[in-house]
Design a protein. Structure first.
Lengths: 341, 341
DNA sequence: CTGTTAGCGCTTTCAG
DNA sequence: CTGAAAGCGCTAACAG
């Protein structure tokens, strides 16, 4: 007997049945480990097992999917895989999928609604059992339709009003409020925001305002800067410039709506006079280890991506298994990373 | 006539044929836009088109894949999607795939050979047309076998000796030599390396040595520090500690084998006496915008991920289309990012 | 305990 | 120009 089965001509169930003289059903039972359940004769098992051990067998998922109308795959649609936040989220989903034998199909949209629609349709045409998406626009009704009912889907990160999807997001409002409050302890922060139209950013803005109000201040609007363009370092540079112009000087305390915006803002600040004033207070959503190397005090609001992914995944698998998952928005608490001494 | 076709009961070709009274073949010709080629009667086209416009049709990729034995999907196997380098690479592959109608199936291995084997087998069982992998061990022969020949596969980032795969990597040796030479201009750099067993890292070490030799120095080994553990910030901290111990003081010039190692090394340095000496020369493979905010001089060796991905993708699609792709290692030049003033 | 049958939706001959 | 038939590999009844 040779060592490893030669997968280059691994057999189909049909072929194994023909070669061993048993029927497809019998072969399938022993291959699928249901031999006990159907009390297949020991000799039969042995014969089939021996044949398989020599020639090899690998389940053809494509054929199986066609028959069962489910594929053990799920689709993930995100704006941009190169964005660290979505990359981490994707990694979590990939791991969760792998753990239960699912495969992840990924697609990115670059924040383009047309690409988003296309990606969803493509994924559905490929028979995914479920969809996870971080939508760039409110998901239209009918987007998830396929023969025999909608494909189960959940949204993450962006809770568009009226989206008829179970949705899991971080607690943006609370985290923004906490971050703002922390910065208010030593000054008056400006908030530099890209994409204020996104629900997550809108919530952060609301939290910012709430913290100002809670501190008895009514000047939140004067410290709020918005850039409608995409989340990017370029937007951050523009926003820092706007804040500097508005107040006649660079802010001595500021927070950004994302890490990319922060990068741009810091670059603008550093470019101004060859360095970032060491006492400028910095607030950030998301975090990067390199931030800890700045001399500046940094407050970081961090989402619990693992919990977000796990929750969204749990809701999706429940829906796939036929459970009725309410289309509510679940809010996962984050934490304010203590300012590093 | 209603607006959008109701995809919730979009029809199969069979159903459309039955409903319109034409045959499957005819229906398929007009749906696939081959009506001209087969000179289908205008009335026939109109009837079928009208029916489809009302009831909708979406190609079932699963059925198609079963029949054609190709799926218009490719598999990507990487060590870790949360690693920024692989995330960028994945994003590039995703984009390239989308551009030619392919879908990307992703799997990560966490540098675990068993998971790598499993992921490859799973992907093949799902009928991917090709595989891209950043292997964590030399790819064993027979890994890509399926009925009817091996699945076309290419490797990226890691050129294991003797891997029988077309491989595309960055020019690690040259980039390391350039980086080392740049640092040698003002001092003697230490090189902190995690995973020296990986081919890419081994090449960087070779480049480091070569630059020392080219500068007429024979003490490269004294400045080379290796940690066998995984690529991580923790390894970076250990390596910085080792370098400090070995030389009696923290290095005034050093380079790291990866961004993660650099993060750890910088953290260790900063933790030592509350800050990184502003004149410490830093060299890094890969880059992050936040690095530019340090007061220190930073030399960054950057791979051309886009070109790496594009080349690997081109080789793979060629192989899928039946071309004979030589199993050579292609080396994509990188660039040394000029030290920011 | 084992075998037979039908069919998932598509594509590809081969006949008209 | 249009139709009929076969089959990809698997699973799910249903008979024995």
């Amino acid at each position: 007997v040779n060592s490893a089965p030669d997968r280059s001509r691994s057999k189909t169930i049909e072929e194994i049945a023909a070669a061993t003289g048993f029927s497809r059903t019998t072969v399938r039972f022993v291959i699928n480990g249901q031999a006990d359940r159907y009390r297949i004769a020991a000799a039969t098992r042995a014969a089939i097992a021996a044949y398989v051990a020599e020639h090899g067998y690998t389940l053809d998922h494509v054929a199986r999917s066609l028959k069962l109308r489910r594929s053990a795959t799920i689709g993930l649609v995100v704006p941009d895989l190169a964005n660290a936040y979505f990359a981490r989220l994707t990694a979590e989903f990939e791991e969760l999928s792998r753990a239960c034998g699912l495969m992840l199909l990924t697609a990115s949209t670059r924040e383009d609604p047309a690409r988003e629609r296309q990606a969803i349709a493509n994924l559905i045409a490929r028979g995914v059992d479920g969809l996870i998406l971080a939508p760039c626009v409110p998901p239209a009704a009918g987007l998830f339709a396929r023969r025999g009912g909608d494909v189960p889907a959940v949204a993450v990160d962006r809770a568009f009003a009226g989206a008829a999807l179970p949705t899991v997001v971080g607690d943006n409002a609370a985290m923004a409020a906490a971050l703002t409050a922390a910065l208010l302890a030593t000054g008056v922060p400006s908030f530099l925001c890209a994409r204020p139209d996104l629900p997550s950013i809108a919530d952060r803005i609301a939290g910012f305002r709430a913290a100002f109000a809670a501190a008895g201040r009514d000047d939140a609007e004067l410290h709020l800067f918005r850039d409608p363009a995409e989340d990017s370092a370029a937007a951050g540079r523009r926003l820092m410039l706007a804040a500097t112009t508005a107040h006649g000087a660079p802010p001595s305390s500021f927070m950004c709506s994302s890490l990319l915006v922060l990068e741009g803002a810091l670059a603008a600040l550093a470019g101004r006079d060859g360095g970032i004033p060491a006492d400028t207070m910095i607030g950030t959503f998301d975090h990067h280890p390199l931030l800890d190397l700045l001399p500046n005090p940094v407050h970081a609001a961090r989402q619990d991506e693992r919990a977000i992914a796990a929750t969204a995944f749990a809701r999706l698998t429940a829906a796939i298994d036929g459970a009725a998952v309410p289309t509510v928005v679940e809010i996962i608490p984050g934490r304010l990373q203590p300012q590093r001494g």
